[in-house]
Structure formats: C-alpha cells, structure tokens
Write a protein that binds this ligand. Structure first.
Ligand code: UD2
Length: 301
C-alpha cells in the first residue's frame, strides 16, 4: 500500500502500532485511539494521532474523513472481562465497530477488521478452516463473530470492500499488560527466574503467529481483489504450552522451574489454523517460526 490515506483504529495498541509503523513511511497514516491500553510512544511522530473513542461519532468522522482504507484494530481484548461485563465489551467490540463500518460506507473506504479465532469456540476439526462451525464460548467471541459477519454483509449489501482477519495467538514486542497472552507471561517469569506457570497439563496446543506476519496479512488484505471474505491468520503449526515453556526457558537461559497449576475453566484444548485460504487468496505465508520469534523477543531485535 502506497500513497494512500489510511486510518488505523487502535493504532497505539499492540497489533495496531506495528501496522502503523509498516504503513507510515509510504502513506498518510492516521491513528484513532483512546489510549485506554495503547501507548502514544509506540506511534511514529509522522502519523497523525486523533485521541478519541471509536464510539464517538465526531472523533470517528474526523479521523476517517477522506480515507481510502480503514484498518480496524480498536477493541477490548480481554476475554475474561467480556465474561464479567458483556455489555461493556459489546459496546466497544460490536456497537462502536458498527459505527466504523458505517463510516467506511460513507467514505466508500475499504475496511479490514480484526476478527479472532475466538469465533470458533471449541473447534470441531483441526486444523480449523474458515468454514468450521462457529460456536464462540465467550461474549468476546460472540462480538467478534457478529463483527466478522457484518463485515461480510457490508460487502454483500452495500458493495463495500471488506476483509475480516481471524487472528490466532498473536505475539511479539509491545504485547504487555494483564491480558497479554502466554508468551509474554512466560517470558517475564523466565527473565525474573520466577516459576513458569503452566495452567493444566500443558498438552493444550496453540498456533502462535508473530505480529510481523499479522502486519503482512493486513497489508495483503488492504489490496486483495477478494472481497467480503474472512481469513485465518496463523502459521499452520501447533505448539503445546509445555513445549513453549521449555523453548522460552532455553532461549532466556533461565533457571525458572516449570510448574503446573489448575487449568483455566473453559480453556480451549487445541487450536491451529488451516491457512490455505489466506495463502491462495491473499498470498499470505507466515515467515516467523516460533523459535526464531521467541529468540527475537528475547534479544529485543
Ligand atoms: C486467545 C486470545 C483471545 C481469544 C482466544 C480464542 C491471546 C492473548 N488471546 O486466548 O483473545 O482470541 O485465543 O480462543 O492471544 N497459559 C498458561 N499459563 C499462563 C497463561 C496462559 O498455561 O500463565 C495457557 C492458557 O491456559 C491457555 C494457553 O496458555 O491454555 C494460551 O493462553 P492465552 O491467554 O495466551 O491465549 P488463549 O488461547 O486463551
């Protein structure tokens, strides 16, 4: 994507800020973020920052005025919080997201939305293809599924250029805070020589995809001729949590013991993406394997 005017909602957040960094040198980039969890220091100076909420129509209108593409990454990402307070997360993840789609419709802008593997709930096939039944197990998953379906509908009903990306377990630099995911938790534990805490037996598996690959998927979605579809964004490889703990302990040269505690209630047992649709239609191919991704995190490169 070059010489375009683009808006990244949640552009100060984990995935959003990496995307902004990649787009910024070649485009006129705007960021709309309320800084509830994002960090201004992660946004390059040359991007235009609009501080505001995606649920605020005035801020949204100002941010989206005249844009060619909207990358919609603003969300409340905590699954647990969505269980505690479903209406609150619904307001951001669904109601405000619909405002973003409406704004795109007004601007006739392409929209790429952040969907999630959470739409599949406990998947009934592995690897998980896009047509696997979608039965979310959390309000967060229901909200992402509704957004994902609206994204398709906006293409079907209004001819808008829309794409939904269903992220598997994304990791990388700047993933921090209480909802940040197992890799950053393990890394912190290993670095401080505290016990690495596996929840359950550690035989559960995940498809860990590096944020730089997620950025590539977004850029491909920004130009693809295929419209209205949803794509899995993962590596196609599954890693057990036990293996992950060992990989991180080795990479950090840590003396942390690996300990087990209770498994998470409702935890998904296995999750792994079938990435063939993204490969064929977007040209997506994850480049960063887990070991080199963890190594880069440890080395800070
Ligand atoms: C991921 C997404 C979530 C949602 C969900 C859909 C992240 C951070 N979260 O949740 O947004 O899309 O997928 O299914 O990507 N674990 C430990 N020890 C710890 C922390 C975690 O053993 O200290 C285990 C945890 O019990 C789980 C696995 O590691 O089995 C992954 O946990 P997670 O919170 O990183 O991500 P997940 O897959 O629950």
């Amino acid at each position: 994507i070059r010489d375009s005017t683009v808006l990244v909602t949640g552009g100060a957040g984990f995935i959003g800020s990496h995307l902004v960094e990649a787009l910024d040198p070649h485009n006129d980039v705007r960021v709309l973020d309320n800084f509830s969890s994002g960090d201004r220091a992660h946004v390059p100076d040359s991007a235009t920052v609009i501080e505001g909420d995606i649920g605020d129509p005035i801020a949204l209108q100002r941010a989206a005025d005249g844009v060619d593409i909207i990358f919609h990454h603003a969300a409340l990402v905590s699954v647990a919080q969505s269980v505690d307070a479903p209406r609150r997360s619904n307001r951001t993840n669904l109601d405000a997201s619909l405002l973003v789609l409406e704004q795109a419709r007004r601007e006739d802008a392409r929209v790429v939305v952040a969907s999630s593997a959470a739409v599949y709930g406990h998947p009934d096939e592995l690897p998980v293809s896009e047509t696997t039944s979608r039965d979310p197990t959390s309000p967060y998953g229901v909200q992402k599924l509704a957004l994902d379906q609206y994204t398709r509908l906006y293409a079907d009903l209004y001819g808008l250029e829309t794409v939904a990306l269903r992220y598997f377990n994304v990791y990388g630099p700047r993933q921090q805070g209480p909802y940040s995911g197992v890799i950053s938790t393990f890394l912190e534990q290993a670095r401080s020589d505290e016990p690495i805490t596996i929840e359950g037996d550690g035989k559960q598996t995940r498809d860990f995809v590096h944020v730089s690959d997620v950025v590539q998927a977004n850029i491909q979605a920004g130009t693809t001729a295929a419209i209205g579809a949803a794509y899995n964004v993962g590596t196609g490889e599954r890693t057990s949590i036990r293996e992950l703990a060992e990989t991180i302990r080795e990479a950090t040269d840590s003396s942390s013991p690996i300990v087990h505690r209770d498994s998470r209630p409702g935890d998904i047992r296995h999750s792994g993406a079938d990435v063939s649709r993204a490969k064929h239609e977007l040209g997506f191919d994850a480049r960063v394997g887990l070991e080199s991704g963890v190594r880069a995190l440890v080395d800070g490169t």
